[in-house]
Design a protein around this ligand. Structure first.
Ligand code: GTP
Ligand code: SPV
Ligand code: MN
Length: 604
């Protein structure tokens, strides 16, 4: 038993001494636990049980309106020095942060239960998998961990007993029910605190989260562990922990490609991962929709697993037309957070169906009709569902050693400049492409939606150390992989025409881009060289059956030297903040690109 392992028992006891919960519950991950805790959440008013005929074993949660997304300005990487965290991370000296946390966590669980949640990221016992233990006072988090990770006390205990390193993660919503004087207060449906901390200690591989019960802030196996902490582990041990979906695409001739893709939060990973290709003969199988861990295999190729067990997907825009596989996945055993509740006890959100319910209860708990001024579902509302329920899940998605990666895609939301697809000529050019990625901000984090920001490798909020050192790590991995390295592509589904509408149909039509990539990998597409890299030559991108016009196509691939020179100058300014950490190879690529662009602008 987990309690029998001294190092675990001692750690839990030490934390409990500070947190001062009423009681401690050692979680097992069983169905009994799920049913008991979901029932408890219903009693407390956190959950509404959905109509079992329409949505069996499924629940709606409404959060406090102040706790609806990741809080990047309260996310900290507390390395020994500020330089190791780098200019894009918030940093506080470890000792100072520990003192602040001690104060916040002191008595934070008074009147509550402390749940001990042992979990594995990746298939249990897999060669690329890692384990952890989350302490939390939120039963919502416990049941979410059931879906998003593999919770299993005996299997984790066996691994720790056999010497596995485990990551300790402490979470509290920061809403004790009893104060230091013993005064009791009633609970609320969504307890949280206006003071928040999402803290990673990279040296000791520890996580502390306080004040939020939402998503990546609280489900600590996800962004805190599988990205921030794992990126630190990965750098040290020669692997990659990335904000990437993972798929297998199979073409009409049986040709297969495994693709990972890094798109920033709410920029299309889940949709791409569950795509139903419109290009005849193509099939996409889902392996992961948000995070990939990749390691060189014994054959020298790069192998990827999805460390998660479920999907925490953006609800709005996910519909029968855009992502039927996600809709199907969420038919049962699902948790919905901050979506609308229909009169017959089901869920609804903008984009789920063309038909809009005449009346529902919106995410804030108010009556809502199609005339209401605000959306029924919060823009960052989410569904939490088991990956195994996805109709497009690959039968071998839990293969412990993973699948060999053929192509790496980087993409963001770019209304201008960035072409639909471009192949980097070299690994170095690909790393430059990832490092200089920009994207318009979405509702997945607090901040101004639509504003363009740099989001290198879609890892800006998730890199556990200096971003420029991370680029160097990518360059080093390229050296290691040599000619076995996957090819790197930039993509952009979000370019807009003069009238402001998207030029590219996106979703299932993104299979056309996969088709071209697979031709490139097979050596059957010539491509056309541009300063940015290789784009499809005339006729290489199969557009049959779409209404993409010639002029749309021209616009989708237009590479204007002037705005691109401006982009490269922006990259230089961006790089400058990292000082001597910037890999010389990236500065070099930037200069070469400028020369090519100047040449192109003279030529045109
Ligand atoms: P996180 O879970 O936050 O990491 O998001 P994600 O990257 O998985 O994004 P997701 O697939 O959930 O998509 C977010 C939004 O982008 C949804 O509203 C989608 O409808 C929209 N979207 C996804 N793919 C496309 C596309 O190809 N074209 C267009 N125009 N919109 C898309
Ligand atoms: C993201 O923001 O990239 C997400 C949602 O996947 S969360 O888990 O809240 O980080
Ligand atoms: Mn994500």
């Amino acid at each position: 038993m987990l309690q029998d392992i001294a190092e675990v028992r001692d750690w839990v006891a030490a934390q409990a001494e500070l947190l001062k919960p009423d009681r401690i519950e050692w979680c097992t991950g069983s169905d009994e636990e799920w049913h008991r805790l979901t029932e408890l959440l219903v009693e407390r008013g956190t959950f509404t049980r959905l109509n079992p005929k329409l949505r069996p074993n499924s629940f709606l949660a409404r959060t406090d309106p102040s706790d609806v997304a990741r809080v990047e300005d309260r996310t900290f990487i507390c390395s020994a020095t500020e330089e190791e965290a780098g200019p894009t991370n918030n940093w506080v000296a470890p000792d100072a942060m520990r003192a602040e946390l001690r104060e916040a966590f002191d008595g934070a669980m008074r009147g509550r239960t402390l749940y001990v949640v042992p979990f594995s990221m990746g298939p249990m016992g897999g060669t690329i998998s890692q384990v952890g233990i989350e302490l939390t006072d939120s039963p919502y988090v416990v049941v979410s961990m059931h879906v998003m990770t593999r919770v299993d006390d005996e299997a984790i205990a066996a691994q720790i007993a056999a010497g596995a390193t485990w990551v300790p993660a402490v979470h509290s919503v920061g809403y004790p029910l009893v104060d230091a004087a013993g005064q009791r207060r009633p609970d609320v449906p969504w307890p949280c605190n206006s003071l928040k901390y999402i803290v990673q200690f990279p040296e000791t591989l520890e996580i502390f989260s306080y004040g939020s019960g939402y998503g990546g802030n609280a489900i600590l196996g996800k962004k805190c562990y599988a990205l921030r902490i794992a990126s630190v582990m990965a750098r040290k041990d020669g692997w990659l922990a990335e904000h990437m979906l993972l798929i297998r695409a199979t073409g009409p001739k049986g040709q297969q490609v495994h693709v990972v893709a890094a798109f920033p939060s709410a920029c299309g990973k889940t949709n791409f991962a569950m795509m139903r290709p419109t290009l005849p003969g193509w099939k996409v199988e889902t392996l992961g929709d948000d995070i990939s861990w990749m390691r060189p295999g014994t054959d020298g190729r790069l192998y990827a697993i999805n460390p998660e067990n479920g999907f925490f997907g953006v609800a709005p825009g996910t519909g029968e037309k855009t992502n039927p596989n996600a809709v199907e996945t969420a038919r049962s055993n699902a948790i919905f957070t901050n979506v609308g509740l229909t009169d017959d006890g089901d869920v609804w959100w903008e984009g789920l169906s063309d038909e809009v319910p005449a009346h529902l209860i919106d995410w804030r708990g108010n009556d809502w009709t199609p005339d209401s001024p605000s959306p029924a579902a919060h823009p960052n509302s989410r569904f939490t569902v088991h990956a195994s329920q996805c109709p497009s899940i690959a039968p071998d998605w839990e293969a412990p050693a993973g699948v060999p990666v053929d192509a790496i895609l980087f993409g963001g939301r770019r209304a201008t400049n960035t072409p639909l697809v471009v192949e980097a000529r070299t690994w170095r050019d690909g790393v430059y492409l990832g490092a200089t990625m920009g994207s318009e901000r979405t509702a997945a984090a607090e901040g101004t939606v639509g504003e363009l920001r740099r989001d290198p490798f879609a890892m800006l909020p998730f890199c556990g150390y200096n971003m420029a050192d991370y680029w160097q790590h990518w360059l080093d991995m390229g050296e290691l992989l040599g000619d076995k390295a996957p090819r790197i592509y930039g993509v952009n589904w979000f370019r807009r025409g003069a009238d402001g509408s998207f030029l590219w149909p996106g979703f299932g039509d993104n299979s056309r881009v996969i088709d071209w990539i697979s031709q490139r990998l097979a050596g059957t597409a010539e491509g056309r060289d541009t300063p940015l890299g290789v784009i499809p030559a005339d006729g290489e991108l199969d557009l049959s059956g779409t209404d993409v016009t010639e002029s749309d196509l021209t616009e989708l691939f237009r590479i204007d030297p002037e705005p691109w020179l401006t982009e490269t100058r922006g990259a230089e300014t961006y790089f400058a903040q990292f000082g001597s950490h910037v890999p010389p190879a990236l500065a070099e690529r930037c200069r070469e690109l400028q020369e090519e662009l100047r040449g192109a602008s003279v030529a045109s």
